[in-house]
Design a protein around this ligand. Structure first.
Ligand SMILES: C[S@@+](CC[C@H](N)C(=O)[O-])C[C@H]1O[C@@H](n2cnc3c(N)ncnc32)[C@H](O)[C@@H]1O
Length: 233
């Protein structure tokens, strides 16, 4: 098995100055992207637009995670998807590309300044008929939604992850999937002295998932950590 970036760093800390680590990370990311199917024109344009027009463009899923979401949807064929945290719509478009014509994604974004970009690119990608955009706070919107989702993608504010989990666990069907992004939080989850609110909430979320009696889960070291959960009952 190939070691992950984190485990290489943990095993050989003396080899890893920040500069070396940045280069290893960069080379690693490039290699992953070069050996993943190419992103299409619209996603590429959306990524460039996101980097030019938003304050924190690195929040975007990007090529590797985007293709993972698309392929997972192609294989699993969920009928109903809920996404928390649309941002500019990159992951929404990736999932929409993977699902059938009659499937629907409910996606929630709290920042109304992003609405124009999201709607523009959903249309450009010709998948707008599969997506219902909810502008508002996921914590208020989720309780109003149905409870028959096949797939839920959690990618909102990390400080709210434990709350999202409590809200969505009854919204996903038996046999359904939940995915949560950024569950390694840049490796900070490994630091027991870390006191920032994001890290504490992500660690709490990971423990909730790990200890939930109806969840089977695997923490994938993809990008910033992707938790894949299967609801057993
Ligand atoms: C990491 S980004 C999402 C990235 C997107 N899923 C993608 O892959 O391109 C997180 C987004 O969640 C939104 N957000 C944060 N808290 C939220 C909340 N309570 N309800 C809805 N959206 C929220 C932020 O405004 C931000 O756009």
């Amino acid at each position: 098995m190939l070691p992950t970036r984190l485990s290489i760093q943990t095993t050989y800390p003396h080899l890893f100055t920040n500069k070396v680590m940045a280069k290893v990370n960069n080379d690693f990311e490039n290699y992953l992207e070069q050996h993943t199917s190419h992103e299409d024109e619209v996603l590429n344009e959306l990524a460039r637009h996101t980097y030019l027009t938003t304050y924190n463009p690195r929040m975007i899923s990007g090529i590797v995670q985007g293709k993972f979401l698309e392929l997972l949807c192609k294989i699993y064929q969920p009928k109903r998807i809920l996404e928390i945290g649309t941002f500019t719509g990159y992951s929404t478009i990736c999932m929409a590309k993977g699902i059938g014509e009659s499937s629907i994604i409910d996606t929630i974004e709290v920042n109304d300044e992003l609405e124009t970009t999201i709607l523009e690119y959903l249309q450009k990608a010709h998948i707008n008929h599969k997506v219902k955009l909810h502008i508002g706070n996921a914590l208020e919107i989720i309780p109003q939604l149905s409870n028959d989702y096949d797939l839920i993608f959690i990618d909102g504010d990390k400080r709210e992850y434990p709350e999202y989990f409590k809200l969505v666990i009854d919204k996903v069907k038996k046999g359904g999937l939940i995915l949560a992004d950024n569950v390694l939080w840049g490796g900070k989850v490994l630091d027991s002295n870390e006191t920032d609110k994001h890290t504490i909430a992500v660690k709490e979320f990971n423990n909730m998932v790990q200890n939930h009696p109806s969840i089977q889960n695997v923490l994938l070291p993809l990008r910033d950590g992707l938790m894949l959960m299967y609801k057993t009952e």
